[in-house]
Design a protein around this ligand. Sequence first.
Ligand code: AGV
Ligand code: CA
Length: 313
Amino acid sequence: MTKKPIYFNHDGGVDDLISLFLLLRMDNVELTGVSVIPADCYLEPAVYASRKIIDRFGNGVKLDVAESNSRGKNPFPKDWRMHAFLVDALPILNESGKIDTPVAEKPAHLHMIDAIRNTSEKTTLLFTGPLTDLARALDEAPDIEEKIERLVWMGGTFREDGNVHEPEHDGTAEWNAFWDPEAAARVWETSIEIDLVALESTNQVPLTLDVRERWAKERNYIGVDFLGQCYAMVPPLVHFKTNSTYYLWDVLTTAFIGNTTLVDVKTVNSIVIPDGPSQGRTVETPDGRPVNVVYDVDRDAFFDYITELAKQV
Ligand code: AGV
Ligand code: CA
Protein backbone atom coordinates (compact mmCIF):
# COMPACT_ATOMS: atom_id res chain seq x y z
CA MET A 1 0.00 0.00 0.00
CA THR A 2 1.28 3.47 -0.82
CA LYS A 3 1.49 5.63 2.22
CA LYS A 4 0.59 9.31 2.27
CA PRO A 5 3.17 11.53 3.99
CA ILE A 6 1.37 13.45 6.76
CA TYR A 7 2.69 16.20 9.04
CA PHE A 8 0.52 16.58 12.15
CA ASN A 9 0.26 19.77 14.22
CA HIS A 10 -2.15 19.53 17.13
CA ASP A 11 -3.09 21.32 20.33
CA GLY A 12 -3.23 18.59 22.94
CA GLY A 13 -6.96 18.15 23.56
CA VAL A 14 -8.40 14.70 24.20
CA ASP A 15 -9.44 14.43 20.56
CA ASP A 16 -6.07 15.74 19.33
CA LEU A 17 -4.26 13.04 21.29
CA ILE A 18 -6.69 10.35 20.13
CA SER A 19 -6.03 11.60 16.61
CA LEU A 20 -2.31 10.95 17.07
CA PHE A 21 -3.10 7.46 18.32
CA LEU A 22 -5.32 6.74 15.28
CA LEU A 23 -2.80 8.13 12.76
CA LEU A 24 -0.23 5.70 14.13
CA ARG A 25 -2.69 2.86 13.44
CA MET A 26 -3.44 3.78 9.79
CA ASP A 27 -1.60 1.62 7.28
CA ASN A 28 -2.04 4.21 4.50
CA VAL A 29 -0.36 7.02 6.48
CA GLU A 30 3.29 7.81 7.01
CA LEU A 31 3.76 10.39 9.75
CA THR A 32 6.68 12.65 8.84
CA GLY A 33 6.44 14.84 11.93
CA VAL A 34 4.39 15.82 14.96
CA SER A 35 4.23 19.16 16.72
CA VAL A 36 2.19 20.60 19.57
CA ILE A 37 0.89 24.15 19.99
CA PRO A 38 -0.26 25.32 23.44
CA ALA A 39 -3.70 26.52 22.38
CA ASP A 40 -6.39 24.19 23.85
CA CYS A 41 -3.78 22.61 26.16
CA TYR A 42 -0.76 23.27 28.34
CA LEU A 43 2.38 22.50 26.39
CA GLU A 44 4.30 20.30 28.80
CA PRO A 45 1.70 17.57 29.45
CA ALA A 46 0.58 17.60 25.81
CA VAL A 47 4.13 17.02 24.60
CA TYR A 48 4.70 14.31 27.20
CA ALA A 49 1.45 12.59 26.25
CA SER A 50 2.31 12.78 22.54
CA ARG A 51 5.73 11.22 23.09
CA LYS A 52 4.24 8.46 25.23
CA ILE A 53 1.49 7.71 22.68
CA ILE A 54 4.14 7.37 19.94
CA ASP A 55 6.17 5.05 22.20
CA ARG A 56 3.19 2.93 23.18
CA PHE A 57 1.25 2.76 19.92
CA GLY A 58 3.77 3.65 17.18
CA ASN A 59 5.19 0.16 16.56
CA GLY A 60 8.73 1.49 16.93
CA VAL A 61 8.35 4.43 14.51
CA LYS A 62 11.15 6.97 14.81
CA LEU A 63 9.71 10.44 15.36
CA ASP A 64 10.43 13.41 17.54
CA VAL A 65 7.83 15.85 18.86
CA ALA A 66 8.32 19.57 18.31
CA GLU A 67 7.12 22.22 20.73
CA SER A 68 5.50 25.32 19.34
CA ASN A 69 6.51 28.72 20.69
CA SER A 70 3.51 30.39 19.05
CA ARG A 71 1.08 32.56 20.97
CA GLY A 72 -2.55 33.20 20.14
CA LYS A 73 -4.78 36.21 20.38
CA ASN A 74 -7.73 34.70 22.28
CA PRO A 75 -6.86 32.16 25.00
CA PHE A 76 -8.77 28.92 25.50
CA PRO A 77 -10.60 28.34 28.80
CA LYS A 78 -8.27 26.89 31.42
CA ASP A 79 -10.60 23.96 32.20
CA TRP A 80 -10.28 22.68 28.66
CA ARG A 81 -6.53 23.20 28.61
CA MET A 82 -6.20 20.94 31.66
CA HIS A 83 -7.29 17.82 29.72
CA ALA A 84 -3.75 17.05 28.53
CA PHE A 85 -2.66 16.51 32.16
CA LEU A 86 -5.26 13.76 32.49
CA VAL A 87 -4.27 11.90 29.33
CA ASP A 88 -0.59 12.19 30.23
CA ALA A 89 -1.27 10.55 33.60
CA LEU A 90 -3.04 7.45 32.23
CA PRO A 91 -1.39 4.27 33.53
CA ILE A 92 -1.30 2.72 30.06
CA LEU A 93 1.02 5.52 28.91
CA ASN A 94 3.22 5.24 31.98
CA GLU A 95 3.65 1.50 32.35
CA SER A 96 7.15 1.44 30.88
CA GLY A 97 8.42 4.19 33.19
CA LYS A 98 10.49 5.79 30.43
CA ILE A 99 10.05 7.93 27.32
CA ASP A 100 12.04 7.08 24.17
CA THR A 101 10.54 9.53 21.64
CA PRO A 102 12.60 12.72 21.99
CA VAL A 103 11.62 16.39 21.93
CA ALA A 104 12.74 18.05 18.69
CA GLU A 105 15.45 20.70 18.85
CA LYS A 106 13.60 23.18 16.68
CA PRO A 107 10.30 24.88 17.42
CA ALA A 108 7.22 23.57 15.61
CA HIS A 109 7.10 25.92 12.63
CA LEU A 110 10.79 25.33 11.77
CA HIS A 111 10.45 21.60 12.42
CA MET A 112 7.57 21.53 9.93
CA ILE A 113 9.62 23.39 7.30
CA ASP A 114 12.37 20.77 7.63
CA ALA A 115 9.91 17.88 7.46
CA ILE A 116 8.30 19.26 4.28
CA ARG A 117 11.64 19.97 2.61
CA ASN A 118 13.07 16.57 3.56
CA THR A 119 10.16 14.59 2.14
CA SER A 120 10.48 13.93 -1.59
CA GLU A 121 6.73 13.72 -2.17
CA LYS A 122 4.34 16.53 -1.36
CA THR A 123 3.19 16.55 2.27
CA THR A 124 -0.41 16.60 3.49
CA LEU A 125 -0.73 18.86 6.53
CA LEU A 126 -3.15 17.83 9.26
CA PHE A 127 -3.94 20.66 11.68
CA THR A 128 -6.33 20.03 14.58
CA GLY A 129 -5.63 23.29 16.39
CA PRO A 130 -5.07 26.89 15.27
CA LEU A 131 -3.06 27.64 12.10
CA THR A 132 -0.41 29.83 13.75
CA ASP A 133 2.56 27.54 13.11
CA LEU A 134 1.60 27.16 9.45
CA ALA A 135 1.25 30.91 8.97
CA ARG A 136 4.69 31.43 10.53
CA ALA A 137 6.25 28.64 8.47
CA LEU A 138 4.90 30.20 5.26
CA ASP A 139 6.32 33.61 6.21
CA GLU A 140 9.68 32.05 7.05
CA ALA A 141 9.90 29.71 4.04
CA PRO A 142 7.52 30.60 1.19
CA ASP A 143 9.12 27.82 -0.91
CA ILE A 144 7.30 25.13 1.11
CA GLU A 145 3.94 26.13 -0.33
CA GLU A 146 4.49 24.17 -3.54
CA LYS A 147 5.49 21.08 -1.56
CA ILE A 148 2.20 21.02 0.36
CA GLU A 149 -0.26 18.55 -1.13
CA ARG A 150 -3.16 19.99 0.85
CA LEU A 151 -4.13 21.25 4.30
CA VAL A 152 -6.75 19.26 6.19
CA TRP A 153 -7.94 21.50 8.99
CA MET A 154 -10.43 21.11 11.82
CA GLY A 155 -11.73 24.64 11.90
CA GLY A 156 -14.36 27.09 10.83
CA THR A 157 -18.09 26.97 10.24
CA PHE A 158 -20.52 28.56 7.81
CA ARG A 159 -23.39 28.29 10.27
CA GLU A 160 -24.64 31.28 12.25
CA ASP A 161 -23.75 29.40 15.42
CA GLY A 162 -20.09 28.87 16.07
CA ASN A 163 -18.75 27.38 19.30
CA VAL A 164 -17.11 30.47 20.81
CA HIS A 165 -19.07 31.93 23.70
CA GLU A 166 -16.83 34.70 24.98
CA PRO A 167 -17.19 38.36 25.94
CA GLU A 168 -16.78 40.80 23.04
CA HIS A 169 -17.58 38.12 20.47
CA ASP A 170 -20.80 37.49 18.55
CA GLY A 171 -20.60 33.67 18.71
CA THR A 172 -20.20 33.06 14.98
CA ALA A 173 -16.66 31.62 15.03
CA GLU A 174 -15.18 28.20 15.62
CA TRP A 175 -12.51 28.12 18.35
CA ASN A 176 -9.45 27.09 16.30
CA ALA A 177 -10.09 30.02 13.98
CA PHE A 178 -10.85 32.36 16.90
CA TRP A 179 -7.61 31.58 18.81
CA ASP A 180 -5.59 33.15 16.00
CA PRO A 181 -7.84 34.67 13.32
CA GLU A 182 -4.95 36.41 11.59
CA ALA A 183 -3.14 33.12 11.07
CA ALA A 184 -6.21 31.62 9.42
CA ALA A 185 -6.57 34.72 7.23
CA ARG A 186 -2.88 34.40 6.29
CA VAL A 187 -3.34 30.79 5.20
CA TRP A 188 -6.44 31.81 3.22
CA GLU A 189 -4.18 34.13 1.16
CA THR A 190 -2.21 31.16 -0.23
CA SER A 191 -3.21 28.83 -3.01
CA ILE A 192 -2.89 25.73 -0.80
CA GLU A 193 -5.78 23.30 -1.31
CA ILE A 194 -7.80 23.40 1.94
CA ASP A 195 -10.12 20.68 3.21
CA LEU A 196 -12.15 22.15 6.05
CA VAL A 197 -13.69 19.82 8.58
CA ALA A 198 -16.09 22.43 9.89
CA LEU A 199 -18.70 22.37 12.68
CA GLU A 200 -21.31 21.37 10.05
CA SER A 201 -19.92 17.82 10.10
CA THR A 202 -18.42 17.64 13.58
CA ASN A 203 -21.80 18.59 15.10
CA GLN A 204 -22.98 15.20 13.81
CA VAL A 205 -20.48 13.29 15.94
CA PRO A 206 -21.06 14.28 19.56
CA LEU A 207 -19.69 12.06 22.30
CA THR A 208 -22.82 10.15 23.41
CA LEU A 209 -23.48 7.47 26.00
CA ASP A 210 -24.07 4.72 23.45
CA VAL A 211 -20.56 5.28 22.08
CA ARG A 212 -19.09 5.14 25.57
CA GLU A 213 -21.01 1.90 26.24
CA ARG A 214 -19.71 0.35 23.05
CA TRP A 215 -16.11 1.14 23.99
CA ALA A 216 -16.71 -0.15 27.52
CA LYS A 217 -18.00 -3.46 26.15
CA GLU A 218 -14.97 -3.87 23.94
CA ARG A 219 -12.40 -2.73 26.47
CA ASN A 220 -10.62 -6.07 26.29
CA TYR A 221 -8.93 -4.53 23.25
CA ILE A 222 -6.17 -2.30 24.60
CA GLY A 223 -6.76 0.36 21.94
CA VAL A 224 -10.52 0.48 22.56
CA ASP A 225 -9.89 0.72 26.31
CA PHE A 226 -7.60 3.68 25.55
CA LEU A 227 -10.44 5.39 23.65
CA GLY A 228 -12.81 4.73 26.54
CA GLN A 229 -10.37 6.00 29.17
CA CYS A 230 -9.68 9.19 27.23
CA TYR A 231 -13.33 9.94 26.53
CA ALA A 232 -14.18 9.38 30.20
CA MET A 233 -12.44 12.73 30.85
CA VAL A 234 -14.82 14.94 28.88
CA PRO A 235 -18.56 15.65 29.10
CA PRO A 236 -20.88 13.79 26.73
CA LEU A 237 -24.07 15.06 25.11
CA VAL A 238 -26.93 13.79 27.26
CA HIS A 239 -30.00 15.99 27.73
CA PHE A 240 -28.90 19.14 25.96
CA LYS A 241 -25.81 20.77 24.51
CA THR A 242 -23.65 22.93 26.82
CA ASN A 243 -20.53 24.99 26.15
CA SER A 244 -18.41 22.07 27.33
CA THR A 245 -20.16 19.27 25.43
CA TYR A 246 -17.57 17.22 23.62
CA TYR A 247 -17.64 16.30 19.94
CA LEU A 248 -15.20 14.15 18.00
CA TRP A 249 -14.03 17.24 16.06
CA ASP A 250 -10.39 16.33 15.46
CA VAL A 251 -11.00 12.61 15.31
CA LEU A 252 -13.40 13.10 12.40
CA THR A 253 -10.78 15.26 10.71
CA THR A 254 -8.16 12.56 11.20
CA ALA A 255 -10.52 9.79 10.06
CA PHE A 256 -11.05 11.79 6.85
CA ILE A 257 -7.29 11.53 6.21
CA GLY A 258 -7.47 7.73 6.41
CA ASN A 259 -10.87 7.23 4.77
CA THR A 260 -12.37 9.96 2.57
CA THR A 261 -15.53 7.93 1.90
CA LEU A 262 -16.97 8.68 5.35
CA VAL A 263 -18.02 12.23 4.45
CA ASP A 264 -19.51 14.54 1.83
CA VAL A 265 -17.63 17.58 0.62
CA LYS A 266 -18.63 20.73 -1.26
CA THR A 267 -16.64 23.71 -2.46
CA VAL A 268 -17.34 27.10 -0.91
CA ASN A 269 -15.68 30.45 -1.64
CA SER A 270 -14.89 32.15 1.63
CA ILE A 271 -12.91 34.66 3.65
CA VAL A 272 -11.83 34.72 7.31
CA ILE A 273 -12.73 37.78 9.38
CA PRO A 274 -9.44 38.80 11.07
CA ASP A 275 -10.68 41.16 13.81
CA GLY A 276 -13.67 42.71 15.52
CA PRO A 277 -16.69 41.01 17.11
CA SER A 278 -16.88 38.28 14.43
CA GLN A 279 -13.15 37.57 14.43
CA GLY A 280 -12.39 34.02 13.30
CA ARG A 281 -15.67 33.69 11.45
CA THR A 282 -15.47 32.04 8.04
CA VAL A 283 -17.90 33.68 5.64
CA GLU A 284 -19.11 32.43 2.28
CA THR A 285 -18.66 35.07 -0.40
CA PRO A 286 -18.36 34.80 -4.21
CA ASP A 287 -14.96 36.51 -4.40
CA GLY A 288 -13.47 34.51 -1.51
CA ARG A 289 -10.99 31.70 -2.00
CA PRO A 290 -12.29 28.15 -2.56
CA VAL A 291 -12.21 25.64 0.31
CA ASN A 292 -13.55 22.09 0.34
CA VAL A 293 -16.01 21.94 3.22
CA VAL A 294 -16.81 18.62 4.84
CA TYR A 295 -20.48 19.22 5.65
CA ASP A 296 -21.92 15.74 6.18
CA VAL A 297 -20.72 12.47 7.72
CA ASP A 298 -21.90 8.88 7.90
CA ARG A 299 -21.89 8.75 11.69
CA ASP A 300 -22.11 4.99 12.11
CA ALA A 301 -19.42 4.29 9.51
CA PHE A 302 -17.20 6.84 11.24
CA PHE A 303 -17.51 5.24 14.69
CA ASP A 304 -17.02 1.77 13.16
CA TYR A 305 -13.89 2.96 11.38
CA ILE A 306 -12.18 4.46 14.43
CA THR A 307 -13.17 1.55 16.68
CA GLU A 308 -11.77 -0.97 14.17
CA LEU A 309 -8.51 0.99 13.98
CA ALA A 310 -8.29 0.91 17.77
CA LYS A 311 -8.82 -2.85 17.81
CA GLN A 312 -5.70 -3.36 15.73
CA VAL A 313 -3.34 -2.46 18.57
O1 AGV B 1 -13.49 23.83 18.20
C1 AGV B 1 -13.09 22.53 18.30
C2 AGV B 1 -11.61 22.38 18.66
C3 AGV B 1 -11.10 21.00 18.27
O2 AGV B 1 -9.83 21.10 17.66
N1 AGV B 1 -11.27 22.47 20.11
C4 AGV B 1 -11.52 21.12 20.64
C5 AGV B 1 -11.05 20.18 19.56
O3 AGV B 1 -9.75 19.70 19.86
C6 AGV B 1 -11.79 23.58 20.90
C7 AGV B 1 -13.06 23.35 21.68
C8 AGV B 1 -14.32 23.80 21.35
N2 AGV B 1 -15.21 23.40 22.32
C9 AGV B 1 -14.51 22.69 23.25
C10 AGV B 1 -13.16 22.65 22.87
C11 AGV B 1 -14.91 22.02 24.45
N3 AGV B 1 -16.18 21.98 24.86
N4 AGV B 1 -13.95 21.38 25.16
C12 AGV B 1 -12.68 21.39 24.76
N5 AGV B 1 -12.24 22.01 23.62
CA1 CA C 1 -7.79 20.48 18.78
